[in-house]
Design a protein around this ligand. Structure first.
Ligand SMILES: Nc1ncnc2c1ncn2[C@@H]1O[C@H](COP(=O)(O)OP(=O)(O)O)[C@@H](O)[C@H]1O
Ligand SMILES: [Mg+2]
Length: 135
């Protein structure tokens, strides 16, 4: 199964860097570009969350991992914080924050998180399929 892994700095530019890794990864796989739009949006939100919310000591990096299996793209974002992602309830229509995980929920087939097997931090993952998210 084709897979890709990279470590990134905890920096706001890292969402852009991660997206360019995903573009290269999907372009190297037959049929991969069908997942580009949703994959890029989901990845961008998950990396932004790791950068903004996973407040840990400087130097702790984040990592991304992509894997294609059965026409589905698995996106993983590893960070060093044990704080959990939590979908915010619908609030004010004018709110600009609290929307990222709603977008992940809408565009992925499934998403979730689990403790890192390395013992520190967690993995937030999402599965993106060619048909977009489930109804
Ligand atoms: N990687 C993460 N580490 C810790 N907390 C997270 C992470 N991702 C999301 N969260 C929590 O889940 C909430 C909802 O995330 P999101 O929907 O992306 O909204 P926003 O990032 O605008 O606050 C965040 O406010 C934060 O409390
Ligand atoms: Mg967010």
């Amino acid at each position: 199964m084709p897979a890709f892994e990279a470590r990134l700095a905890r920096h706001r530019r890292s969402a852009t860097v991660a997206r360019s890794h995903l573009r290269d990864f999907l372009q190297s796989i037959p049929g991969g570009t069908a997942l580009m739009g949703d994959g890029q949006l989901v990845l961008g939100e998950l990396v932004a969350n790791a950068v903004v919310h996973a407040r840990v000591s400087p130097g702790r990096e984040i990592a991304v991992r992509f894997e294609m299996a059965c026409d589905q793209l698995r996106i993983e974002v590893h960070d060093a914080s044990s704080e959990k992602p939590a979908i915010r309830c619908a609030a004010d229509p004018g709110d600009v924050s609290g929307r990222g995980l709603h977008l992940v929920e809408a565009l992925s087939l499934e998403w979730g998180f689990e403790p890192s097997p390395e013992g520190v931090g967690k993995i937030v993952w999402a599965l993106v399929g060619p048909e977009g998210g489930v109804e």
